[in-house]
Design a protein. Sequence first.
Length: 127
Amino acid sequence: IWPMRAVIGGLESRLRRFTKTDMSVYFGDMVDHVDKIWDALDEYKEIIEGLNDTHDSLATNRTNEVVRMLTVIATILLPITVVASIFGMNIPLGPFEESHYSALFVFLITLGIISGMLYFFRRQHWI
């Protein structure tokens, strides 16, 4: 649109050779219309850039929420995995080697860890 302004101005001076009437008023109107169109397009461009920034901000916020929840889930599962790995090894573990209640003990340990972490996360308002 903006180069059109220069083209219209150049046409005005060349058109005088071919017509006897004064067309400068009409060309002035066309230049004014081009200026108005340019201003409107510039305003729309700024609006679109603002909307794009808002969309990016909302998408980033949503991504941050998802990552936060995945981090909480991974943090809760990490100690459970460690306890299961230790008791899943094929090595003697002292008093738990011969006990019939070792599975219950492991379950209670993991339940206590999960409960403690959930309490901590809720207290920090992370979940």
